[in-house]
Design a protein around this ligand. Structure first.
Ligand code: HDD
Length: 714
């Protein structure tokens, strides 16, 4: 956007140009003036008013040592603007990261929806996607155990469609009335303002254990879904049941899914804790690096379509956001792909100012009566007005539709595109040339004409009352190691809860989900097993496992896009290192060299290799797999270094594949793991071994090891 006065005068009040530029990185307000300096031309600095600045280093003073003068408009403008730089952070999902891309339709949905975006196979729609954690502040860490937001803005030709979802297909509560309570309970406790970005505290578990409907989502949130390896390896879900509306007004229910082409992948908890220290920006850096290196993350858009007959016969209520529809019952039909191929030019202008609103749906998509969705439709618009400062946040380029807009809404703070001409109301008598836009009954948005009746009342439908069947289904759908992680997470979280009655009440709900899990958690807490909580309704059905609910059953089949950490020392075997690099390239993965000094190392053949990380700053938690390729002297040096020992013990404890040159044994011995090496620890004697090792890394983790290294597993 050009902020020069010239273009403002000429700006179309309702920009019809579909191609709004996001040129925030352009030098602004330079008035076209440049100055020659060593190395080229630079724009002349100006004030916001365009007045050229002669000195940006010193304020205007009365004498060299005298007081600063109020007259100094440049100083005052600079300081005033700085003082106003912050806007309120989002009340939830404050920490987020976003990228641009596109959605491409691969299978027409014209049979069930008139939405323009679903008509023409092959057509691309610009997209902006923001991923986030929920509970933490803007400056918190990426690997908090938390739900992840997965918010997609699609700039369709009939208006913006915001699909504001999460990486978990269900939610904690059934009615938006409870949202402020849920969030208050999850956020830092109000008197002490801690803990930050975590739910491991009394208030959260107090609320949860008094809110049985939350337990399905609790199972997801305690699973490894809440500690994803990358935004790129998460699924996304629209959560609610929505409607698709065809050209004749017929409605089909729909649930939306984003399925990552990269496969699902998470980290382990101990690793997450350490990543947060080593690189609090782990997820944002990962997305930034992947896109900038041309490895564009991609998701399939899947839809589960069903009709009233299915909804009526389903064991649960499709309006209940604490329930999902198993893919075995309603298969997911893939209809498109979402590709992220461009990072933002400016974080604040785009990622921070983007405003998602669940009520943004184009013709052909409509809401269901899900009471959570209905409440959200109020909350998002309301929050944007507070956060972005007024009703004209839609004028901010990242929020503006890319299709033509014509309406009579005007004025307010920061209005940039007021209606032109004399008519700013309708009906009017100014005719087609001067009268402005008119509604179009044939093309415009029409709500699905759903019948509704019944007394006004504050109630929760009886059909929402089974809180445990699907929680159980989630648990029994997990592999044993994933089930263990759920138990570990619950023990960890509840061990941070100070009140024994809250711990016990939580376990009383687990008894309604899985007796074994409840037993494990009670033992882990050293707690006598309580009685099972009284259920609002007995579980309706004992549901069979659904394989789509497990991460490990839906992982990648390659090491593509993953990162190998190669710890090198001076004199390390050059042939092995080069073979590792070749194998990593072949796999379309990436690697980073870690060395005792950031300047790098000299290999056995005299080649110099620069390091990306010094050993202290490049712990193994930052990598999907590691290789330790060292010389005899290098091993002796590193064996005495605490960071190097942590590097190997952590990689081992986190069940990673470890490749190693024979000399590395000296480090393993000092670190205390030399006796424990298993089949996922691969000797790298020669170039061929290196290729085999990288292939083995496709499995990502060697889970049997976890049972050997974890006290709780014994
Ligand atoms: Fe929400 C933000 C997702 C329930 C009220 N929500 C927000 C974001 C995501 C979600 C991804 C961040 C958007 C961004 O990146 O800017 N929220 C969900 C999902 C929910 C959900 C998947 C349940 C299915 N949310 C929910 C309820 C309410 C809200 C029930 C209130 C009635 N959510 C908000 C909010 C936020 C928000 C307060 C804070 C910042 C914002 O909207 O833009 O309005």
């Amino acid at each position: 956007m050009d902020i020069g006065g010239e273009s403002l005068q000429k700006a179309d009040p309702v920009p019809a140009d579909a191609d709004i530029a996001f040129a925030y990185s352009e030098p602004q307000g330079a008035g076209g003036e440049t100055r020659q300096v060593a190395g080229g031309e630079v724009p002349t600095m100006t004030t916001q008013q365009g007045i050229p600045v002669g000195d940006d280093q010193n304020s205007l003073k009365q004498g060299a040592r005298g007081p600063t003068l109020l007259e100094d408009f440049h100083f005052r403008e600079k300081m005033f603007h700085f003082d106003h730089e912050r806007i309120p952070e989002r009340v939830v999902h404050a920490r987020g990261y976003a990228a641009h891309g596109y959605f491409e339709l691969t299978d027409s949905l014209a049979d069930v929806s008139r939405a323009d975006i679903f008509q023409r196979v092959g057509e691309r729609t610009p997209a902006f996607v923001r991923f986030s954690t929920v509970a933490g502040s803007k400056g918190s860490v990426d690997l908090a155990r938390d739900v992840r937001g997965f918010a997609v803005k699609l700039y369709t030709q009939e208006g913006n469609w915001d699909l504001v979802g999460n990486n978990i297909p269900v939610f904690f509560i059934q009615d938006a009335m409870k949202f402020p309570d849920l969030i208050h309970a999850a956020k830092p406790e109000p008197d002490r303002a801690f803990p930050q970005a975590q739910t491991a505290h009394d208030n959260f578990w107090d609320f949860i254990s008094l809110t049985p409907e939350s337990f399905h989502m609790v199972m997801w949130a305690m699973s490894d879904r809440a500690i994803p390896r990358s935004f790129r390896t998460m699924e996304g879900f629209g959560v609610h049941t929505f409607r698709l509306i065809d050209a004749k007004g017929k409605s089909t229910f729909v649930k939306f899914h984003w399925k990552p082409k990269q496969g699902l992948q998470s980290v382990v908890w101990n690793e997450a804790v350490k990543i947060n220290g080593a690189d609090p920006d782990f997820h944002r850096r990962d997305l930034w690096d992947a896109i900038n290196s041309g490895d564009y993350p991609e998701w399939e858009l899947g839809v589960q379509l069903f009709d009233d007959a299915f909804a009526d016969s389903f064991d649960f209520d499709v309006l209940d956001a604490t329930k999902l529809i198993p893919e075995e019952l309603v298969p997911v039909r893939v209809v498109g792909r979402l590709v992220l191929d461009r990072v933002v030019d400016n974080f604040f202008a785009e990622t921070e100012q983007v405003a998602f609103c669940t009520q943004n749906v184009p013709p052909g998509i409509d809401f269901s009566n899900d009471p959570l969705l209905q409440g959200r439709n109020f909350s998002y618009l309301d929050t944007q007005i507070k956060r972005l400062g007024g009703p004209n946040f839609t004028h901010i380029p990242i929020n503006a539709p890319k299709c033509p807009m014509h309406h009579f809404q005007q004025d307010g703070h920061m209005a940039m595109h007021n209606p032109r001409g004399r008519a700013n109301y309708e009906p009017n008598s100014w005719g087609p040339t001067h009268g402005g836009p008119r509604e179009d009954p044939a093309r415009g948005f029409t709500s699905f004409a759903q019948e509704a009746e019944g007394p006004k009342q504050r109630v929760r439908s009886e059909t929402f009352a089974d809180h445990y069947s699907q929680a159980r289904q989630f648990f029994v759908s997990q592999t044993p190691i994933e089930q263990k992680h759920i138990g570990d997470a619950l023990v960890f979280e509840l061990s941070k809860v100070e009140r024994p009655d809250i711990r016990s009440r939580t376990v009383s709900h687990l008894l309604n989900i899985d007796g074994g899990l409840a037993q494990t958690v009670a033992e882990g807490l050293g707690l006598p097993l309580p009685d099972a909580a009284a259920a609002a309704r007995e579980p309706l059905v004992d549901l069979p496992p659904s394989h789509k609910l497990s991460i490990l059953k839906n992982g990648p089949d390659s090491f593509k896009g993953r990162k190998l950490g190669i710890l090198l020392s001076d004199g390390a075997d050059a042939a092995v290192f080069k073979a590792l690099v070749k194998a990593v390239d072949k796999e379309k993965a990436v690697y980073e060299v870690i060395a005792p000094r950031i300047a790098g190392v000299t290999l056995s053949d005299g080649t110099s290799v620069a390091a990306k990380q010094k050993i202290d700053g490049g712990p193994s938690v930052l990598f999907d797999a590691v290789a330790v390729v060292v010389s005899h002297e290098g091993a002796a040096l590193l064996a005495g270094d605490a960071a190097a020992k942590d590097f190997v013990t952590d990689a081992f404890a986190h069940c990673k594949f470890i490749g190693f040159s024979a000399e590395a044994q000296a480090i393993f011995a000092k670190a205390g793991i030399a006796e424990d090496l298993d089949e996922a620890c691969k000797p790298l004697g020669n170039a061929k071994d290196a290729a085999g090792f990288v292939e083995a890394c496709r499995a990502l983790r060697y889970w049997p090891r976890e049972l050997e290294v974890d006290l709780d597993a014994r």
